[in-house]
Ligand binder design. Sequence first.
Ligand code: FAD
Length: 416
Amino acid sequence: MRYSALRLLKEGLTGHRGWTPAWRDADPKAHYDVVIVGGGGHGLATAHYLATVYGVRRIAVLEKGWIGGGNVGRNTTIVRSNYLLDGNIPFYEFSMKLWEGLEQDLNYNAMVSQRGVLNLCHTDAQRDAYRRRGNAMRLHGVDAELLDADGVRALAPFLDFENARFPIKGGLLQRRGGTVRHDAVAWGYARSADRHGVDIVQNCEVTRFRIEGGRVTGVETTRGFVACGKVGVAVAGNSGRVMAMAGLRLPIESHVLQAFVSEGLKPVLPGVITFGAGHFYVSQSDKGGLVFGGDIDGYNSYAQRGNLPVVEDVAEGGMALMPLIGRARLLRMWGGVMDMSMDGSPIIDVTPVEGLCFNGGWCYGGFKATPASGYAFAHLLATGAPHPTATAYRLDRFRHGRMIDEKGAGAQPNLH
Ligand SMILES: Cc1cc2nc3c(=O)[nH]c(=O)nc-3n(C[C@H](O)[C@H](O)[C@H](O)COP(=O)(O)OP(=O)(O)OC[C@H]3O[C@@H](n4cnc5c(N)ncnc54)[C@H](O)[C@@H]3O)c2cc1C
């Protein structure tokens, strides 16, 4: 079924009886050309582009829980392409361009809202670093504006500009950045993939890879064996566990990242604002809640819930940036399991097991990458070669020292 204003009008006048489920609840078949493990944003986007761009026909997405139950439905919805390094900028800008056409491509309202992302600076050195980053972005044709304190004040007058420790000196603004409704992204990709014949199989955990003569021939699941030509793994926080089933040890650690939402307030935030003197970022949802987050919990975990020290740290960051947040009541908080790579950048690559490809290491930033990641992973699965925008995301960069150390923070996930 195609969604349109006319369809909405017709259904509105006829009691909304004509709507059909957005995707089929498929049972696994005995054989597929490509099996995607993980029905998060990246797995579903991969299936969509495999079917629509690369013409692959028999595809299944196997998800151990339900669509949208992982990080894709748990993130703070921020999208941007304000990166510094050559390995990253073209990839994230490709993603931004895909976001800009996503709703037409999927025929689905994902609430793409380009409200701007503003990174604040609090020292002269930090302003220099932002100037450098903004220049690198503009050299790649990405929009970037350096604002002084008055420029920031015009956008967000309620911030604590004269804070004794962290005075606001300006900020780097990407106006095309913003937010996208996260679960709608999962549903939109699922619906489109399903319309192109992809089987989306929920409650189907992959428990083992069948590997014969160095080549993957299928996956064992809680719903039986599924044979296939190729397997693409996109399981985010479960990357280490799943790839260990193929005998691979990844340069990835799993950590919890928490997020928070306040009660609904009148519109106060123009877009996304990030604090430059601590780890705190905030935007306002369409329902009015302030959606915010900060650091990962420092210890390794596979639990989708975090602990109080980070809650305190995030609250301190919020209070230092915008004291008005102290008057708002917290409505909900939750956690997701992050696949933290050792240089803060992702991996989209083949593996030593023939036919087995891996997508992961997204750290804090995998949501904004969803369209480009799916596109590049589909390209890799279909052609065996990396997509032109993802040539730097090879697994062997850790062996050869060609890290993409975007934050310059070194091999410590809790510093990325
Ligand atoms: C609190 C929080 C805030 C965030 N904020 C942002 C943000 O503002 N901007 C941004 O760009 N990024 C953000 N991120 C990061 C982003 O959400 C992730 O990097 C991205 O969603 C990961 O990819 P995914 O959507 O495919 O993951 P997921 O949705 O987690 O998908 C992986 C799926 O694999 C499934 N799976 C695991 N093991 C198996 C198995 N054995 N068999 C079958 N299925 C399996 C899981 O059930 C899961 O559904 C945030 C993350 C969190 C947790």
